[in-house]
Design a protein around this ligand. Structure first.
Ligand SMILES: N[C@@H](CCC(=O)N[C@@H](CS)C(=O)NCC(=O)O)C(=O)O
Length: 217
């Protein structure tokens, strides 16, 4: 468990960095928004997790954001709250782009079940697992979604909607999966994976994942 000796305003309770794709999303968004927070960790499938998660989350899942007496137990809701704290910087400024970014983020949050179940996040690994038609269709749809977003914003920055947004946080674990399992992507989508992998915050997350893997050996 994490220390509560000198609490910071925000505490983000996370699962394993190697495995917990839903934890990565708000963590990397808070980093990009420059919000101060303490990262707590409950390792998945451990007695520690079973013992403590109920104090944070009614769903008994991570991530959870604690802000004083407020507890937020869902990744997308955490991202929305973080964006509000940061003056709305988590979304594009223009209403049309904001709507597109929200649709892309909600799509990730509720969809792509075949991809998610067959290619679970294994952040630091290299694996080869064949996908069925549903998994391949998920990749094709994500590739098209990324191309459409990136095609509009090449002058504004390397991220899906120009500057970093919640949409990039939601798809960061997907970029990791594409790297881990070797997805066949269009050049633009491949470049976006490379952009995500070169993000210093993502590199920091991967360092943590490697350290966790070493520690549990
Ligand atoms: N819809 C939730 C999903 C959270 C979720 O599935 N978390 C997984 C870890 S990535 C978890 O806590 N699993 C532990 C369990 O279900 O016992 C969100 O967006 O936050």
């Amino acid at each position: 468990m994490f220390s509560t000796a000198s609490p910071t305003p925000l505490t983000l309770v996370l699962g394993d960095r190697q495995l917990s794709s839903w934890s990565l999303r708000p963590w990397i968004l808070l980093k990009h928004l420059g919000l101060a927070f303490e990262a707590g960790r409950l390792r998945l499938d451990t007695p520690d997790f079973e013992q403590h998660i109920g104090a944070y989350s009614p769903t008994r899942q991570v991530p959870v954001l604690v802000d004083g007496t407020l507890t937020i137990w869902d990744s997308l809701a955490i991202c929305e709250y973080a964006s509000e704290i940061a003056g709305g910087r988590g979304w594009p400024d223009h209403p049309t782009e904001r709507a597109r970014a929200r649709a892309a983020s909600a799509d990730m949050h509720s969809g792509f079940a075949a991809l998610r179940s067959h290619w679970p996040m294994q952040a630091t690994s290299t694996l080869r697992v064949a996908l069925d038609a549903a998994g391949l269709a998920d990749i094709a749809r994500i590739d098209a979604l990324w191309q459409a977003a990136l095609g509009h914003h090449t002058a504004d920055g390397p991220w899906l909607f120009g500057r970093y947004s919640i949409a990039d946080a939601m798809y960061a674990p997907v970029a990791l999966r594409f790297n881990t399992y070797g997805a066949d992507l269009s050049p633009l989508a491949g470049a976006y994976v490379a952009t995500t992998l070169s993000d210093p915050h993502l590199k920091k997350w991967l360092e943590g994942a490697k350290a966790e893997c070493t520690a549990s050996r």
